[in-house]
Design a protein around this ligand. Structure first.
Ligand code: GLU
Length: 292
């Protein structure tokens, strides 16, 4: 972790084998980091205890290695980072929230609610209301969520592809039964010295929330490069049910196809891809997966 050279990263969630879309994002992250002289780190985002598995993490790392996406240092596992998340949480203004997903959906359809934002139902409850709601939850075997008491409703970030981007910031969840993705990502990117975040553009809308958290914690904001996703023929995000889409299924043709999808046809290995890589020629629209 050398702060002088900066670093990029790939941060997969270990819920199954990486598919062509995941691998394309991983390759772009690796190329952006390596072509700019940065270190490249891997972080296993296994805080979602219900969906993560050690076996999946191991298989993902194996696939990245065999493809030639080499990384620096040790892999960072989020399940080893709970103390750091707690320290960050202790420095943020928070409140308990007792809402179920159903409560939030009902409140969020109210006429003045910002789309996709938590409507603030539990923000201003009195102590006695909190005691009652907390007891009700505990009686159901549930725990309250902790939400950020945000002072802004939007925040702007810079993205190399999207440009200046302003998005919603709300009283986001920081911890429920599990730690929340937004908090973990911010704490870990800073810890790993990440100054370049390359990931799928489904996460562009989360970047303002993360940049605001970083701001509150006094952490630097990385440069973002949100890259278009791989879609299936129906225009939906590629998924494993779309057929043979994982590295283990596609085998030796994978790297060649990945290269072609980012405008570098016929490359034999990652070293050649790196030599020929130019971010400016990476397509700005989704790549449509052709099962053929
Ligand atoms: N773990 C997330 C995913 O696999 C990516 C998070 C990120 O890159 O910030 O979708």
């Amino acid at each position: 972790m050398n702060p002088l050279i900066g670093a990029g990263r790939y941060a997969p969630s270990p819920s199954g084998d990486l598919h062509f879309g995941n691998l394309r994002t991983a390759l772009l992250a690796w190329l952006c980091a390596r072509s700019s002289g940065r270190a490249f780190y891997i972080r296993v985002e296994d805080i979602d205890s219900g969906r993560s598995s050690d076996t999946a993490a191991m298989r993902q790392l194996e696939d990245l290695q065999v493809l030639g996406l080499n990384w620096d240092g040790e892999v960072l596992y989020q399940h080893t980072r709970y103390a750091a998340y707690q320290q960050a949480l202790d420095r943020l203004p928070t409140y308990e929230c007792y809402c179920s997903r159903k409560d939030i959906l009902a409140a969020a359809s109210a006429p003045h609610a910002a789309p996709g934002a938590y409507p603030g139902t539990c923000r201003d409850l009195s102590d006695s209301q909190r005691n009652t709601r907390r007891a009700e939850l505990y009686a159901q075997g549930r725990v309250p969520a902790l939400r950020l008491r945000a002072n802004v409703s939007q925040w702007s970030i810079y993205d190399v592809f999207a440009g200046e981007y302003t998005g919603v910031v709300d009283d986001m969840v920081l911890k429920r039964a599990d730690w929340a993705y937004n908090l973990a990502v911010v704490v870990d990117d800073a810890f790993q010295g990440i100054d370049q975040v390359v990931r799928g553009d489904d996460l562009l809308a989360s970047a303002p929330r993360q940049a605001y958290l970083a701001h509150l914690l006094g952490l630097p904001t990385p440069v973002f490069i949100h890259v278009p996703l791989v879609l299936n023929a129906a225009g939906k995000r590629l998924a494993k049910r779309d057929g043979a889409v994982t590295f283990r299924q596609l085998g030796a043709q994978t790297l060649e196809r990945l290269g072609a999808s980012i405008g570098i046809p016929g490359a034999a290995n990652t070293a050649e891809l790196l030599e020929r890589f130019d971010l400016a020629t990476v397509p700005r629209s989704p790549f449509i997966w052709d099962a053929a």
